[in-house]
Design a protein around this ligand. Structure first.
Ligand SMILES: [Ca+2]
Length: 311
């Protein structure tokens, strides 16, 4: 005869067994899930590692393209072989979009210093560029102060430690050449709006670089060549396509009012030594973006990586 107590005990036992089974199932599921997540993490780690390798390979491929073109040609212009996208699928292990962006058509902000001292002629050219871009010329003062070694303001529009230390969080002026374009955001007056207008015309390279007249926008040409108007600079830009400037003498000869205008010695060139390489690698769910500044010392030499970021 089965008593009520026995039924209850059996019932409890059944429930316990069910709970145990359920717990075991949950534990198994959890372990499976963890194993899955772990495997996924491993996959992601492997994808990320391979994507980074592909990004490094893309930069090496760009360096090779620059060396190849440099050893075959004597001039750099918009239709140079390096100015084509490096085709996707070039590098194993994912989709790669890579591109070489020539830098010497741009106004090098580090030219404001020459061997560590302020180059007032270069600052004047920068003011011209700011004017042509309809930006406040006072931006030249705050950038000069940011870069010059001293802590005395060049004008009331400048800014040094005393100004930046009042900010929250406080920081100091760099008092050295710019390390990267993004640094402008720390300089007085360089708002997002200003940088959006200025950015396409400027670059950050080691000091003392000349502007490539075959790649520079009209605004940059008009800024670096004393007396050249923006309209004349636009004509100079139109003239180089399809017939690029073969050398500086060719450029000078084809300038309007050639006799009056001085394309200063060392200020302009028809070749480029500095190139930025951007590469985006996609591999499954992983994305890796790299940007490298390459310096080609001689045309036939292998470019060296001056700076590189990867994220
Ligand atoms: Ca300073």
């Amino acid at each position: 005869m089965v008593t009520g107590v026995a039924v209850r005990e059996r019932g409890v036992a059944v429930v316990m067994a069910l709970v145990t089974v359920a717990l075991a199932a949950t534990a198994a599921a959890t372990m499976l899930y963890r194993a899955h997540v772990w495997a996924r993490d491993l996959e992601l780690t492997a994808d990320a590692a391979q994507a980074r390798q592909s990004a490094v390979a893309a930069v090496a491929r760009a360096a090779e393209a620059l060396r190849d073109d440099g050893s075959r040609t004597t001039v750099d212009h918009a239709r140079s072989a390096w100015n084509a996208p490096l085709s996707p699928g070039l590098v194993e292990g994912g989709v790669v979009e890579a591109r070489i962006v020539e830098q010497q058509g741009l106004f090098n902000l580090n030219n404001l210093l020459r061997h560590g001292s302020v180059d007032s002629a270069a600052v004047a050219r920068y003011r011209t560029l700011l004017t042509l871009l309809r930006l406040p010329v006072e931006l030249a003062d705050s950038l000069t102060d940011w870069m010059d070694a001293d802590i005395a303001k060049v004008s009331r529009f400048g800014a040094e430690d005393e100004d930046y230390l009042r900010l929250s969080p406080p920081y100091r002026a760099a008092n050295r050449p710019l390390a990267r374009l993004g640094e402008l955001a720390r300089v007085k007056g360089y708002t997002d709006e200003v940088v959006a207008v200025l950015g396409p015309f400027v670059t950050v390279l080691p000091d003392g670089t000349a502007v490539n007249v075959n790649t520079a926008p009209a605004e940059v040409l008009a800024a670096v060549i004393d007396g050249l108007t923006l309209v004349e600079a636009r004509t100079a830009v139109a003239q180089r396509n399809p017939a690029y400037y073969k050398d500086v003498a060719d450029f000078r000869a084809r300038l309007p009012r050639a006799a009056e205008l001085k394309a200063g010695e060392g200020l302009v060139t028809v070749t480029s030594s500095h190139f930025r390489v951007t590469a985006l690698v996609r591999r499954n769910d992983v994305r890796v973006r790299t940007e490298a500044l390459l310096y080609r010392a001689q045309r036939e030499s292998w470019p060296v990586t001056v700076a590189q970021t990867m994220d």
